[in-house]
Design a protein around this ligand. Structure first.
Ligand SMILES: Nc1ncnc2c1ncn2[C@@H]1O[C@H](COP(=O)(O)OP(=O)(O)OP(=O)(O)O)[C@@H](O)[C@H]1O
Length: 334
């Protein structure tokens, strides 16, 4: 049994980033930086469990490139002229979540291949001049502990979104986490039953949002907002703008909106900019934005205790997720 996604305590930015990537995997994955034991793997597993038939695949640090991308069986080809594909982990992750722990310790060639496929949704396997392709759409979740090394800027830039987690420093927050986790360990089914309606609702929202993506475009106003935010952050190139726009559209779709708005760009900007901000740029605004986007305008009246579509997530104690304020990523400890 898997810990329910909606039972995570105090991780609104992480939940949001994962949901956006689940709506549009072409966003290119989520890089989660944080100390041990801050629910990185719990959250990624929980996302897969919430989505219909979404496999959860872990990439071991010692995996070879072949294990990751798969290989072509050319011996068969010599025998009967047919090239058979031996699928790798990328094929197994199709439609689900690919979790890479300590991505900063993975050889560059593997990270490179991972990020390419994550953003394109297509895996190409080549051997001796023959090539085959298969669809590989998955939510890439890479984690790293900043104490154990950095990720090269070229690779950082190619992760779609990033979130920085911190040790929960507040006793009340720790208590809330403990209560929930102990409740799950004591009686997982009871906690799952309690969260079942919210999990089902959020899962359906993701599926509906995926279907709504092609119908949502970007107005000039929305493009301008993304361009301004990227300029202010002093990013290199255009990836930040592009990811921001995709993420804003995914958010609008999740909220059931008929159009992407500049407010959607604002709501996702930091997820796209934090790991791309130049040290020369102005610090990120210490945004006092709400932990979750405003509820979708809904035609049906919400019940009194319902705070809208994102209200499915638990009330958030302040403080495990940090909005970055310097150009360094991952941020240095104070
Ligand atoms: N915010 C939280 N909400 C719910 N559970 C939490 C939270 N933070 C930590 N936990 C719990 O702490 C334990 C450790 O979490 P998990 O194994 O997901 O950490 P991790 O960040 O993946 O660690 P590592 O980097 O060591 O693999 C789990 O039992 C998890 O449920």
């Amino acid at each position: 049994m898997t810990f329910p996604f909606t039972a995570l305590v105090g991780q609104p930015e992480l939940q949001r980033a994962l949901l956006l990537a689940a709506v549009d995997p072409a966003i290119g994955g989520v890089l989660v930086s944080g100390p041990r034991g801050t629910a990185k793997s719990t959250a990624a597993r929980a996302l897969a469990a919430m989505l219909p038939q979404a496999p959860f695949v872990t990439l071991p640090l010692a995996a070879s490139l072949e294990q990751l991308v798969g290989t072509l069986d050319l011996e068969d080809a010599l025998r009967d002229g047919r090239v058979r594909l031996k699928p790798g982990l990328l094929a197994r992750a199709h439609g689900g979540v690919l979790y890479v722990d300590e991505v900063n310790l993975l050889p560059d060639a593997l990270v490179d291949a991972l990020l390419d496929v994550a953003a394109s949704g297509v895996n190409t396997i080549e051997r001796d001049g023959i090539s085959q392709q298969h669809a590989a759409r998955f939510v890439l979740v890479g984690t790293m502990n900043p104490e154990e090394g950095e990720l090269r800027p070229q690779l950082l830039d190619r992760f779609g979104l990033s979130v920085v987690l911190e040790n929960p420093r507040d006793a009340a927050l720790r208590q809330a986490i403990l209560r929930t986790r102990l409740a799950f360990d004591e009686d997982p089914q009871a906690l799952l039953d309690r969260h079942a309606p919210e999990l089902a609702r959020l899962g359906e929202q993701v599926v509906a949002a995926r279907a709504a993506l092609p119908g949502l475009g970007w107005s000039d106003e929305v493009l301008a907002r993304a361009a301004e935010a990227a300029l202010a952050a002093g990013v290199d190139g255009m990836r930040a703008d592009l990811v921001m726009l995709r993420a804003a559209r995914a958010l609008a779709a999740l909220q059931g909106q008929g159009a992407v708005t500049p407010a959607d760009v604002d709501a996702v900007a930091e997820l796209a900019l934090a790991h791309r901000r130049s040290e020369r740029a102005a610090p990120a605004p210490q945004a006092a934005k709400p932990p979750m986007p405003a509820p979708a305008p809904s035609s049906k009246p919400a019940p009194a205790d319902d705070d809208g579509d994102w209200g499915a997530l638990p009330p958030e104690p302040v403080g495990t997720t940090r909005v970055l304020s310097t150009g360094a990523w991952p941020p240095k400890k104070a």
